[in-house]
Design a protein around this ligand. Structure first.
Ligand code: SF4
Length: 289
């Protein structure tokens, strides 16, 4: 396969065929993110995307899932996305799910009819990096999106019938804003009511603005126990239904899984075990992005 630069995908797309339809991220300003710093954003030509799909068809006998990378495939015009999804149907009739990362602004720009058209052509899951529900933290990290836009986008995805997967980052407000991060994120996620919710834990890379802020003492990282206290506060305030919650990414200090709110009490109990010192945290050396 032909890939340009580093390619990122959600953990649940580990076995998917990855096809780059854009290169990089159209926003590329978040203070904690170094993923696409080396890439100038552009949308790839349709003929190049089709060629990649044909190459993959010649190489793989069965493809059940396809993830359209990089940062925000939904920025493509609906008619171009339709052509890509139709080509996928022609070449990979066995494909059960196509997924994309999308920014809330991409989603808000699309009409409800467009979203339904895309769903009917095979777009089955959209991943949104919410990161935090706190307006203050969203501004601090230069996310370029408000909590209300996150909610509007999330509701639109769910209304279209496409599965919604949202991601938050523990520790993003540091010791200074952990409580705001927990409570406000719970408010936003409760209103979005995603099908899947992933919780990563902040890891800071040197080539980011966040790293510089930490060096200057503007943000203080949470300890593993403080991450659990923040997570507990978040879960306590969360009101969702039938949401598959996972915090088992390589960046996390502790593996957590539950269906929320149905298994909320059990999850709070697990968090208490970590907070009370009854369970060990993952060692810092084993954490990864
Ligand atoms: S976090 Fe997402 S939106 Fe922000 S710069 Fe990174 S890829 Fe782009």
């Amino acid at each position: 396969m032909r890939y340009e630069g580093a390619v990122y995908r959600p953990p649940s797309e580990a076995y998917s065929l990855i096809i780059q339809v854009t290169l990089g991220c159209s926003h590329n300003k978040c203070t904690f993110c170094s993923m696409y710093k080396d890439k100038k954003f552009r949308i790839r030509k349709l003929e190049d995307i089709f060629e990649d799909l044909q190459m993959a068809r010649a190489y793989y006998s069965t493809v059940k899932r396809i993830f359209l990378a990089d940062g925000d495939a939904l920025i493509l015009k609906t008619e171009d996305l339709e052509k890509i999804l139709i080509k996928i149907k022609e070449l990979f009739p066995e494909c059960e799910r196509v997924g994309v990362y999308a920014t809330p602004k991409d989603i808000i720009r699309k009409s409800e009819e467009d979203m339904i058209k895309l769903k009917n052509l095979g777009l089955k899951i959209i991943y949104i990096g919410v990161e935090s529900g706190s307006e203050e933290i969203l501004k601090d990290i230069k996310k370029g999106v408000t909590g209300n836009e996150m909610i509007e986008a999330g509701k639109k995805v769910r209304k279209s019938g496409i599965k919604l997967s949202a991601t938050l980052i523990s520790g993003l407000g540091g010791k200074e804003k952990w409580e705001k991060h927990a409570v406000e994120s719970a408010k936003v996620i409760s209103k979005m009511n995603p099908d899947y919710l992933g919780l990563l834990t902040l890891m800071v890379e040197r080539n980011t603005e966040m790293y510089e802020k930490i060096q200057k003492g503007e943000i203080t990282l949470l300890s593993p126990k403080e991450v659990m206290i923040e997570t507990r506060e978040f879960i306590k305030n969360l009101h969702v239904s039938n949401c598959v919650f996972r915090s088992n990414h390589a960046s996390n200090y502790a593996p957590l899984a539950a269906v929320l709110n149905e298994e909320k009490e059990e999850l709070l109990g697990q968090l208490d075990d970590f907070i009370d010192g009854n369970c060990d945290f993952k060692s810092e050396v084993y954490r990864r992005l």
